[in-house]
Design a protein. Structure first.
Length: 88
């Protein structure tokens, strides 16, 4: 449950930095409002790689940042994402 909450906190933080609402993120990702709301609160479970890639792409950051491999967004954004390397 800790990882889900950390992922959700990073999604919320990045969404707010980008000045996006949850409905904005719904539109950009194609995910449901309820799913994004639960992800942000750590109630959805850890999302799959395709869902995480959709969210990262919509937020303009890397999956690596969202899953906690990097602490600073600028550091993670300068590196290729794991999803990009596998062609997601």
């Amino acid at each position: 449950m800790e990882n889900e909450k950390a992922f959700g906190k990073r999604v919320t933080t990045m969404r707010k930095r980008r000045r996006l609402s949850i409905p904005d993120l719904v539109e950009r990702t194609g995910l449901s409002y309820q799913s994004l709301w639960r992800i942000e609160r750590g109630q959805q479970g850890e999302p799959g790689v395709f869902t995480a890639a959709k969210i990262a792409s919509a937020l303009g950051c890397s999956v690596d940042y969202l899953v906690g491999l990097y602490e600073e967004k600028t550091e993670s954004e300068s590196k290729p994402t794991a999803a990009a390397l596998i062609g997601v």
